[in-house]
Design a protein around this ligand. Structure first.
Ligand SMILES: [Fe+2]
Ligand SMILES: [Fe+2]
Length: 521
């Protein structure tokens, strides 16, 4: 028998350890690791040969972890599912009883105990060859006294002889305390996990909303997010060259994933007609129709004029020749305007001059004279490359500014503190010619470079832009290489992207998305 002095010291020692265990448990963020540790620490604390843990899920108890030193059996926790069926939440089993009643059971020998007659332990023993004797089963209550689960300890061992003995009253009260601390830790992990899941779902809903605003760019964000993560993991696996020493932590990967999902969030404010601008004269609609009607009017007016001149006695043969020439000219001009309206055409100086000549001509309608092209039409048709005017380009580019402004308003956790910086830099270029901030290479993080490369890669590969057919992988690669040569994109990352066969990956992702879409229609 230890002296009362020694007993007091032993208790003090155990309380200290209990405190340490509580702190260690509250620091754990992985639920599976946490559950495993709870059983481990509780067993160590009471010198129990075996132990298990159940969590309440709806109307049942789910078996999470089981450890048995004698049987050398360890299941659940980090090792994944236990494969053991759930226990009904009623009084028929030891754990069910404790979960329903909230009582702690401290049984010296389950075979001979007269108060409780549970079949479970003996059935288990028959199958496993084990001999369950003493048992300490405690409910795990959180701070609101709700029972989250049950902690079950089996066969306390005498430290000297190794023989099975009963759990002491002190074990009982200390394990009750440990179980409550464990319950609070479980609740915390779940809370963090649920909050993260909620945020993640919110981010994806926002991104999907933006993706779905445009039938042309649909799915861009999702594809960028997926390819970004593949490329980031490829950086982590890279053992050669300047990227060899770089290893993103899981937190950094999470941060990059959220940034990728949010990179175009600013597009929520971009007018659809600019995003999807298919031709140069598109505003709310393509104004080429106006030009066609106008040219039909001019043609009719020309015919009328020539007829009038014939009635006035001019030579019909000369008039017929003039008619042919003028109508042919009108037709050629309209054809030229239609071609100029297509953004795929590069406008040479001569083309712009011809537009100006057409604009300088006038036609009469309803007794009034008008220019053949309004100054606004002339300005739009004179766009040298693409379909956007400078001011429209600015509206599009503004999405990067809006992205930063929106993300800076979100109180990100420390883990996600760089989301705004990464997402907001996806249009920056290494030579400083990007937007919105014109950052230079040393100011652009590797994560932002990954995102920038994947963004261009995905956009070029997309078959569904308003005025672009899908480019062949060779063309996409050539353009990306030119971007690297121009010191816009990171060459090391491009090399990795090519080595990882991400072209194939992107096709697989698109295929998967098409199938998902088909299944949801
Ligand atoms: Fe963007
Ligand atoms: Fe983008």
């Amino acid at each position: 028998m230890p002296s009362s002095h020694a007993a007091a010291r032993d208790l003090e020692d155990r309380l200290h350890r209990l405190n340490d265990i509580g702190m260690a448990l509250s620091a754990e963020r992985d639920l599976n690791v946490l559950l495993e540790r709870i059983v481990q620490e509780a067993r160590r604390f009471t010198r129990a040969d075996a132990g298990s843990l159940y969590l309440v899920h709806e109307d049942r108890l789910e078996f999470q972890v089981a450890q048995n030193d004698s049987l050398k059996s360890f299941v659940g926790g980090r090792r994944g599912q236990t494969g053991v069926p759930p226990v009904p939440l009623d009084r028929s089993s030891v754990s069910g009883y404790v979960a329903v009643t909230g009582e702690t059971l401290n049984i010296a020998d389950v075979y001979t105990d007269r108060r409780y007659r549970f079949e479970g332990p003996q059935q288990y023993d028959r199958i496993s060859g084990y001999r369950t004797r003493s048992m300490l089963v405690v409910p795990m209550r959180d701070h609101e006294h709700e029972i989250l689960g049950v902690l079950q300890l089996i066969n306390a061992l005498d430290p000297d002889t190794g023989k099975v003995q009963g759990f002491t009253d002190q074990d009982e009260s200390l394990i009750q305390s440990l179980a409550s601390q464990a319950a609070v830790a479980i609740n915390n992990v779940r809370l963090v996990r649920d909050t993260e899941a909620l945020f993640e779902a919110f981010v994806q809903v926002m991104a999907t909303a933006i993706d779905e605003r445009s039938p042309y760019t649909g799915g861009h964000i999702r594809r960028v997010a997926e390819v970004t993560m593949i490329l980031a993991r490829a950086v982590n696996a890279c053992n050669q060259g300047p990227l060899a020493g770089i290893r993103f932590t899981e937190s950094e990967l999470d941060e990059l994933r959220v940034a990728a999902w949010m990179h175009d969030i600013g597009k929520i404010t971009t007018p659809e007609w600019v995003v999807d601008k298919a031709t140069k004269l598109s505003a709310r609609f393509d104004r080429i129709e106006l030009l066609r009607t106008r040219y039909a009017c001019i043609r009719e007016a020309t015919e009328r004029e020539l007829l009038q001149r014939q009635l006035d006695g001019e030579n019909p043969d000369k008039l017929a020749a003039e008619r042919r020439q003028r109508l042919q000219q009108l037709e050629a001009d309209l054809e030229f305007l239609e071609r100029a309206n297509r953004p795929g055409e590069f406008m040479e100086d001569a083309d712009v001059e011809r537009l100006q000549e057409i604009a300088a001509q006038r036609y009469t309608a309803g007794g009034r004279e008008y220019p053949r092209l309004t100054p606004d039409e002339l300005a739009h048709l004179s766009i040298r490359k693409g379909s956007l005017t400078e001011s429209e380009r600015k509206i599009i580019n503004d999405h990067a500014v809006v992205t930063i402004r929106m993300l800076e308003q979100i109180p990100f956790t420390r883990k996600l503190s760089r989301v705004s910086e990464i997402a907001g830099s996806h249009h920056e270029k290494l030579d400083g010619s990007g937007y919105p901030q014109g950052l230079r290479a040393d100011q652009i993080s590797l994560q932002a470079r990954i995102l920038a490369l994947v963004d261009v890669f995905e956009s070029l590969s997309a078959a569904d832009r308003p005025y672009k057919k899908g480019m062949s992988p060779e063309t996409v690669l050539r353009i990306l290489e030119e971007e690297v040569q121009a010191n816009h994109l990171d060459g090391q990352l491009l090399e990795l992207l090519v080595n990882q066969r991400l072209f194939r990956c992107l096709e697989d992702i698109k295929e998967r998305m098409r199938n998902q879409q088909k299944n949801t229609v």
